[in-house]
Write a protein that binds this ligand. Structure first.
Ligand code: SAM
Length: 255
């Protein structure tokens, strides 16, 4: 995955987290019992436990090699009493007796995170804070959160090693309604309009305009629905960048 393992010559580990994981760590409530799903080397729960920021953790891994890497990190830090490493698919790593209060799922596509939440939803008590760091696919992930009554409490865009990352923090809070644009951009990010957020969408706009130009030049006809979907996104992004708030406006039939 981009941005993992090394950062500008710095070796990343349980003492030196990437900026991405540091920002995730900042959203884990003090004293939490954390389940870190897809923990890989286990750096996030081990760093938080070493700092005394959480009281216990489960590190879940579906694959054998990262599972053993997480076991090693926990053992090397003498934290076996507080951090349990489990070989399990998604939220199956969580057991009711763990008393988990926060779940982090980071460094995967938004669709993968959504599928992990969806297939494990019977394991969610509804009180846990979700700290999600998708690499793309944020829209379907936000859709799942809305459909399952999770309110987005905090959102961040950050850029590290030439990749844009998003962090979405959510808690279950009854029905919540987000517009299609809010699901696409993030409801809070649309309000905050941070430089990292605006830079990301400026880059995306250029990419999507290039894609539309390539469609126009393509030898084979591109399905109309595909062209329309990208054209709609170009419209939304242009509107977002042009004005402080995205207002619903009549869309042209064809851009
Ligand atoms: N969370 C760490 C981070 O953000 O730095 C590691 C991210 S790494 C790219 C993704 C990890 O998720 C891999 O170690 C992979 O084995 C694990 N993973 C993918 N799907 C999973 C699933 N369904 N259940 C548990 N782990 C999963």
């Amino acid at each position: 995955m981009p941005g993992m393992g090394r950062e500008k010559g710095r070796q990343l580990n349980e003492q030196t987290l990437s900026m991405r994981l540091e920002r995730v760590a900042a959203h884990v409530p003090a004293g939490a019992r954390l389940a870190d799903i897809g923990s890989d080397h286990g750096y996030l729960p081990v760093a938080l436990m070493r700092r005394g920021d959480i009281t216990a953790a489960v590190a879940g891994e579906v694959a054998d090699t990262p599972f053993r890497a997480a076991q090693r990190t926990v053992r090397d830090n003498g934290l076996q009493r507080w951090i349990t490493v489990r070989l399990a698919n998604g939220l199956a790593a969580i057991e009711p007796s763990d008393g988990i209060t926060a779940i982090s799922i980071c460094g995967m596509g938004g669709e993968t995170i959504r599928d992990i939440l969806d297939s494990g939803k019977t394991r969610l008590g509804g009180q846990e804070r979700l700290i999600l760091q998708p690499n793309g696919g944020e829209q379907p992930l936000r859709q799942w959160l809305m459909d399952h009554h999770y309110r987005i409490l905090s959102e961040e865009v950050l850029r590290e090693n030439r990749f844009d990352y998003e962090i979405i923090v959510a808690e279950r809070d009854g029905p919540v309604l987000y517009s299609p644009e809010q699901l696409y951009f993030g409801p809070l990010q649309m309000q905050a309009r941070t430089p990292a957020f605006l830079d990301k969408w400026q880059r995306r706009l250029r990419q999507k305009q290039r894609t539309l130009n390539n469609f126009a030049k393509a030898q084979q006809a591109v399905p109309e629905a595909t062209v329309q979907a990208i054209a709609r996104q170009v419209w939304w992004i242009s509107e977002l960048l042009a004005s402080p708030t995205v207002e619903r406006k009549e869309q042209p039939d064809r851009l």
